[in-house]
Design a protein around this ligand. Structure first.
Ligand SMILES: *Cc1c(COP(=O)(O)O)cnc(C)c1O
Length: 505
């Protein structure tokens, strides 16, 4: 059994290490723990000091000393755990652990393409290259190269956004939640916003429309019922205190059956006849019609603007396929008020996502190339036959890596778009189904947990989905089967390390 002091230390593979050579050794005493200076003179540790500097290595040695002392107190440490090799292993492992980034690249095999917990949209190559090109040195973020005077960071993307959506003006903030908050605050602070009861959405991360209205300092007037709202409901609610009519695209749920809502064009006609603006929060907001690829249609900002909406807000890292951002497009008058509102400064976008957003939007100037160049659309439009071909390549090697404890089969699966978009629509996909072998049926749940844990402990963790007593690995988002194949020897090693556990076999 590994002593508890070792259980806090992990090697570069992420697998717990056991100190070697302990069997048969006698229990260590406090006097057996070497002095810091002696540890620092060990050849491997001296090399570490030269490579990583004294500060980090001494901190690792001190932390390890503490761990050894408490292990000695608990009678968990043998003298075999204090050989020069064991000392060097433990300290090197601590140094590596300290230097290893907590935010790491993973493989998303969950079947949810835009996965909020896994960082949502993946950046396109052109966006990554643009980031590298402009972030290493100074750039013209707020500097007008034509005139040599101060510029506005919005102008990096405003023209592009207007070209792509047909808007008169555009501005951008940190995320779409900020875009909605800013829009309501700028257009309706201390006044009333009319919204349908059927559209008071909550999305993940504690974003609830009524709370956003309150935070923005607006008074929310709910009209209609959960399933039905009519034009006269809005009409009757309009008073001299009204500042804004609001539509929210209910992207993450569907109300079905006896339902009725007022479309944007009808609402805009009413609003404009009373001199009021209409704002629509689209949430995901695709910039192109997804139906052209056989995907479910998602309303576009273009459609909303054509319908007469004065402001449309949507996310940068959902269907758009870019970085976290909140995009606000609309009329010159409305966008002008939003841009000048003081809260805008607190919600402004950083130069990093702004550069990535510009490069992503530029891809939309060549829409014919989008399904190749934009990872989100590439993954959403990947033909099931191509996904199955990847599954066929991986299945035999995967089966070998997890045998004999698990069996592997190629199966048809259903992927989801994710991130609050189109919850009722699922995309035919394919992948691997990994099931505990028939002889191990006793502890199925435990065996699956062990497998999922081993997959997460890989150098590039693989995140799957447990369903129906199996682990499903949806291969829609795997661009290169090699990313999985190269890790199979590590997977086998991790599973074998667990194999001694009688609860599993
Ligand atoms: C996702 C979403 C938001 C929030 O967007 P973020 O970019 O995550 O801040 C707001 N409204 C709707 C309808 C959404 O779907």
């Amino acid at each position: 059994m590994a002593p508890p002091n070792e259980s806090v230390v992990h090697g570069s593979s992420g697998a717990p290490r056991t100190a070697p050579g302990q069997a048969g050794a006698s229990l260590a005493q406090a006097k057996d723990i070497p002095a810091v200076d002696r540890v620092l003179r060990l050849p491997r540790i001296a090399t570490r000091v030269a490579q990583n500097g004294r500060t980090l290595v001494v901190a690792a040695v001190r932390a390890q000393m503490d761990a050894w002392r408490s292990a000695v107190r608990d009678g968990h440490l043998t003298t075999g755990g204090l050989t020069d090799e064991a000392l060097s292993d433990a300290i090197e492992a601590r140094v590596e652990h300290a230097l290893r980034p907590r935010m790491r690249s993973v493989l998303n095999l969950t079947g949810t393409v835009i996965h909020t917990n896994l960082g949502r949209a993946l950046l396109a190559d052109s966006a990554l290259h643009h980031l590298l090109a402009v972030m290493a040195g100074p750039n013209n973020l707020e500097y007008d190269l034509a005139t040599g005077s101060r510029g506005d960071r919005d102008s990096v993307v405003e023209e592009l956004l207007c070209t792509l959506t047909g808007a008169e003006a555009a501005t951008v903030v940190n995320n779409n939640a900020a875009a909605v908050l800013l829009t309501i605050a700028a257009l309706a602070r201390d006044r009333e916003v009319i919204v349908s009861r059927g559209e008071l959405v909550e999305i993940g991360g504690a974003f609830r429309m009524p709370d956003v209205m309150a935070s923005a300092g607006a008074n929310m007037i709910e009209v209609g019922t959960t399933n039905r709202t009519h034009l006269h409901d809005y009409e009757r609610a309009i008073t001299e205190r009204t500042a804004l009519l609001m539509k929210v695209h209910t992207s993450n749920y569907a109300v079905q059956g006896f339902t009725s809502s007022v479309d944007e064009a009808t609402l805009a006609t009413l609003a404009h006849s009373r001199g009021l603006p209409v704002a629509t929060d689209l949430g995901s907001g695709a910039l192109v019609d997804l139906a052209q690829w056989g995907l479910p249609h998602e309303p576009t900002p273009q459609e909303m603007l054509r319908a007469g909406c004065d402001v449309v807000t949507f996310s940068g890292d959902k269907l758009l396929g870019g970085p976290q951002a909140g995009l606000i497009v609309g009329s010159k008058a409305a966008i002008g008020r939003i841009r000048k509102f003081p809260m805008k400064r607190a919600l402004r976008m950083s130069k990093l996502p702004l550069a990535a957003l510009e490069a992503t939007l530029r891809l939309y100037l060549q829409p014919e190339r989008l399904t190749q160049d934009l990872p989100t659309l590439r993954h959403l439009t990947r033909p099931p036959a191509q996904i199955e071909a990847t599954a066929q390549i991986l299945a035999p090697a995967f089966a070998q890596a997890v045998s004999p404890r698990f069996t592997v089969s190629v199966v048809a699966l259903m992927s989801q778009i994710g991130s609050g978009s189109l919850p009722v629509d699922r995309l035919p996909s394919a992948g691997l189904r990994v099931a505990p072998a028939a002889t191990l049926r006793k502890g199925i749940g435990r065996a699956l947990d062990e497998l999922a844990t081993a997959l997460r402990a890989l150098p590039r963790p693989i995140i799957g989905r447990i369903a129906d007593d199996t682990l499903c690995l949806d291969l829609r988002c795997v661009d290169d089967a090699e990313d999985v194949l190269v890790q199979l020897p590590d997977l086998r090693r991790l599973l074998l390390a667990d194999a001694g556990n009688p609860n599993i076999a």
